[in-house]
Design a protein around this ligand. Structure first.
Ligand SMILES: NC(=O)C1=CN([C@@H]2O[C@H](COP(=O)(O)OP(=O)(O)OC[C@H]3O[C@@H](n4cnc5c(N)ncnc54)[C@H](O)[C@@H]3O)[C@@H](O)[C@H]2O)C=CC1
Ligand SMILES: O=C(O)[C@@H]1CCC=N1
Length: 268
């Protein structure tokens, strides 16, 4: 079985979720993981203590001997990093997880024929439950694709998409967990305003979400499930009426569009 050497540049939250997932579920494919960060030395010490990885302040020492370079830095840090990386890339698969980035910038700034891929995970990567989107550049061979599949499998489920789909779905799979958590916060807040203790509010809301998601996972239609809750002439209808009058659909649509637009702008 082929084992891969992976260099992770940027030791933030998403990076940790990915290499931790690789070590947890894909370790038989891992020859070694090297992690680097720009400034925060304490973060590298913390990572070295917690995981079976090598940390370095200088990725140049390792770049020549790895199969995969995973970029987990902010979108706006890519141009500078790609400029530094380019002279050291000789066929390694370069993957980025940055929002809005696309494949074009990587292919343009790295040497001709460099295999590149763009992955859009979400924070559930931390518990191996991401739904990640990925798209491959034009020089990705079947062998590179297998490497990429090992990496995304380490953090949950993954779906190959076109580049345009990754742009358009970033808000829906990458950012929407934040929208859902905001929804959760409001429900908990109102429960507490009614005098419910925070721990109880948390338990009620989390189990409500869990049960609702479990029903969706059984393949039931959201509109049908909503209808089942909305007893004719009952109370839920009054709530739905407020959501509809206040433009819930439109608010959510605008939220998605604004998120995706911002992702694209970051690379302009
Ligand atoms: N947080 C999320 O839910 C998701 C994040 N992403 C993407 O993941 C990337 C990282 O995001 P987070 O982990 O949330 O941010 P973060 O701020 O936790 O991590 C970014 C890390 O990159 C490091 N860094 C920046 N420039 C560097 C360089 N030149 N060399 C080495 N290290 C460098 C910073 O020191 C920092 O530790 C972003 O591009 C974001 O778009 C993608 C999907 C979901
Ligand atoms: O907010 C962000 O920029 C990242 C990308 C998608 C989710 N979080």
């Amino acid at each position: 079985m082929k084992r891969y050497r992976v260099l992770v540049i940027g030791a933030g939250r998403m990076a940790e979720a990915i290499f931790a997932g690789l070590l947890r579920t894909q370790v038989e494919y891992v020859e070694g993981i090297v992690v680097t960060n720009r400034r925060n030395a304490a973060r590298l010490v913390e990572i070295e203590e917690k995981y079976d990885v090598t940390v370095t302040h200088d990725w140049r020492e390792y770049i020549g001997s790895v199969d995969v370079v995973l970029l987990s830095v902010l979108p706006q840090d890519h141009r500078e990093l790609l400029t530094e990386l380019a002279p050291h890339i000789r066929g390694q698969l370069v993957i980025t997880v940055a929002a809005g980035i696309g494949l074009g910038l990587l292919e343009e700034m790295l040497p001709a024929n460099t295999p590149v891929a763009w992955v859009m995970p979400n924070t559930a990567s931390r518990i191996g439950e991401s739904i990640s989107l990925y798209t491959c550049g034009q020089h990705v061979s079947p062998a590179h694709r297998r490497m990429l599949e090992v990496i995304v499998a380490g953090i949950g489920e993954a779906v190959e998409c076109t580049e345009e789909q990754v742009h358009n779905l970033t808000a829906i799979t990458g950012s929407a967990p934040a929208f859902l958590y905001l929804f959760t916060e409001v429900l908990e807040e109102v429960a507490q305003e009614y005098g419910v203790k925070p721990e109880m509010a948390r338990k009620l809301v989390v189990q409500m979400l869990f049960g609702s998601v479990a029903m969706l996972q059984q393949g039931e239609e959201p509109a049908k499930l909503r209808d089942d809750v909305t007893t004719p002439g009952g109370v839920t209808a009054a709530g739905i009426e407020v959501l509809e009058k206040r433009g819930f659909h439109d608010i959510l649509r605008q939220t998605i569009y604004a998120t995706n637009a911002r992702a694209r702008e970051m690379m302009d």
